[in-house]
Design a protein around this ligand. Structure first.
Ligand code: ADP
Ligand code: ADP
Length: 228
């Protein structure tokens, strides 16, 4: 589903963020990218939706070289959730979630119905939260809206960059278990960045363990934990 072939990214200042990376993620698999800050996880992720272009190497999505894909069309197939999701402050939770279907040209009523369904899916009752504004939500609730919005166009791929990194440990634990249930239901192909090995182990079907710019181990959680 996602394939990296000898991908290197050097930033203009000379930093090599990702060095000759090759790996493959199969459809419906949740892969966690784990490692210390600055080892290239975010750079890896941003190359998949072409927020960043590789310096060399190729990336394939569903067999297609993404260098040849239209970035706008590409991003329709890829949901993206970051640590502090940016919601439109003057739109309600329901409107925020319905934005993407709306942009895709869905009828307003269909888009809103879909948004309500998605809010339910991430554990926010649309009758309670749908008409609230982002500043009336907790951090964890905003992240849930971010996940709902990322799923709105039903993309096969989800990129998640420390989506639960900025919430307190109890909420985080809750978001993780809900996300596992959600993933069991929707089976997206997921790349999930975290610097927390416990989170990586709990969520990942497989774990990509990063060293500086490289993946040092890519295996199931049990194998990663069992390593000397
Ligand atoms: P994280 O560990 O979540 O990647 P960072 O603080 O390392 O957080 O980076 C935050 C953002 O700043 C990233 O999107 C990254 O692309 C950008 N960034 C990180 N380091 C640099 C740098 N040396 N110069 C410019 N931008 C950077
Ligand atoms: P991680 O997500 O693992 O924290 P990043 O991919 O954000 O790592 O960063 C990898 C390396 O690339 C770091 O050394 C970071 O400082 C550097 N970097 C990230 N973004 C930029 C940028 N825009 N310009 C220059 N260096 C960057």
């Amino acid at each position: 589903m996602i394939r990296f072939e000898q991908v290197t990214k050097c930033y203009p200042d000379g930093t090599t963020a990702v060095d000759d990376l090759s790996f493959e993620v199969t459809a419906g698999e949740l892969v966690t990218l784990v490692g210390p800050s600055g080892c290239g996880k975010t750079t890896t992720m941003k190359m998949v939706n072409r927020l960043i272009e590789p310096t060399s190497g190729r990336i394939f999505l569903d067999g297609q070289d993404i260098a040849a894909a239209d970035p706008v069309e590409l991003r329709r197939r890829i949901g993206y959730v970051i640590q502090q999701v940016g919601l439109f402050p003057h739109k309600t939770v329901l409107e925020n979630t319905a934005t993407v279907p709306h942009l895709l040209g869905w009828k307003r009523s269909t888009a809103r119905a879909r948004a309500a369904e998605l809010l339910d899916l991430v554990g926010l009752d649309p009758r309670t939260y749908g008409d609230r504004y982002p500043d009336q939500l907790s951090g964890g609730q905003r992240q849930r809206v971010g996940v709902a919005r990322a799923l709105a166009a039903d993309p096969p791929v989800l990129l998640m960059d420390e989506p639960f990194g900025a919430v307190d440990p109890v909420v985080r634990d809750h978001l993780q278990s809900e996300f596992l249930k959600l993933q069991a239901a929707v089976r997206k192909t997921v790349l999930f960045v975290t610097h927390d090995i416990e989170e990586a182990v709990r969520l990942g079907d497989r774990i990509a363990v990063y060293g500086q710019g490289r993946i040092e181990q890519f295996d199931a959680p049990a194998a990663v934990l069992g390593a000397p």
